[in-house]
Design a protein around this ligand. Sequence first.
Ligand code: GLC
Length: 425
Amino acid sequence: MRGRIGLLTGFVAGAAVAALVAVYAVPLLDRDPGLERGDLVILSGRDDGDGNQRQALVDQWNTLHPDNPARIEEIAADADAQHSEMVARAQSGGAGVDIFNLDVTWTAEFASSDYIRALPDGQDVAGFLPAPLATCRYQGKLWGLPFNTDAGLLYYRTKLVTTAPANWSQLVTTVQDVLARPAAVGPQPVAGWAGQLRDYEGLTVNALEAIWGAGGEVVDGRGEVVIDTPEAQAGLTRLAEGLRPGAPQVILPDAVRFDETATTQAFGGGKLVFMRNWPVAHRALDPADGADSAPAVEFGVAKLPGPSVLGGQNLAVATQSRRPRAARALIEFLTGERSQQLLFERGGFAATREIVYRDAAVVKRYRYAPTLLDAIRSAHSRPVTAHYAQFSETFRQIVLEALGDGGRLPADARPRLQRALQGYK
Ligand code: GLC
């Protein structure tokens, strides 16, 4: 029995939708006479959650709001490709886009470039978790509402690992132990850990986490680059040493070509003891949660052995939208309590509203929900700058140079990053 899910299940059943339309549609439409009529388009990266739940929500909206039929225009899944496509659309006048589904790191750029509209001062934000909500704010204004949040989790093979490691050196010790003997249950792993080390935003995320996990920092709270410290250096050395071929192999060498999906496949196929990934990987791996086929491994999740990056996506009204009030109403619908519960339960997206994690049925069925909430609460933000894309690209270039040189940071890392934060190459 899934408690509140009963309500959600009812939504999907055709008959119940019809009943709901009868009960709610008329008053809802009556209550919103100010919404401009016409189509609404959401420009969004591919839905990586389970079962296309974002589309299911848009279908519900469409049933309830026949005057504002909405559709999702999907673009690339890769964060960098999404960024380029969204900026290109915004620069060409935002043709046909009403809502941007923005990665949390792009709020500053889209706000300062006037691609999105600020929400009114009185916007109701009660019930959102503070961290994801904060990623919607820039220079004193609220630019969107949080659609889903994200925090990295440590996935581990429960039959091979008894206690999740609290730090990187414990993780390495565990890997050494596990790889030294044949796996008692399931396939024999070939390496200890993989994250996303391909040259895209995933590498920025994983390298920041490596540096934070070693007690270092890249940009401090005042916007100063502070990467040239022994701690930050130690974080990169860990990655370089882990990747070095050896027995035991701490980091799977293929991880330098991995994005989120490839990492999930390697872990699900039994190649790894540990994987760093976002919460959506849980649904992809767990057959009880609708994974297409049973993974070869039994797994659990814990917090990362260090701080996680705070990820996620925010919905913002495009400046060029001809239906800004209707767009805002759709954003409120998609970020509302019921939508957030459905996105978490069915899609595996980390909800942006606290109440979802407090629901007794959710906690009973999704045992990792409290761990996820804890990870979100303690996650760190990436630097806030209108030139985030430039920062990230430069940071990654520096990380790749370091990895090619045994982990050693290039001598000019600090001035290069400082320039990138101002938008210069
Ligand atoms: C996830 C996160 C996002 C991050 C991206 C990196 O989609 O939600 O914030 O930038 O992964 O690949």
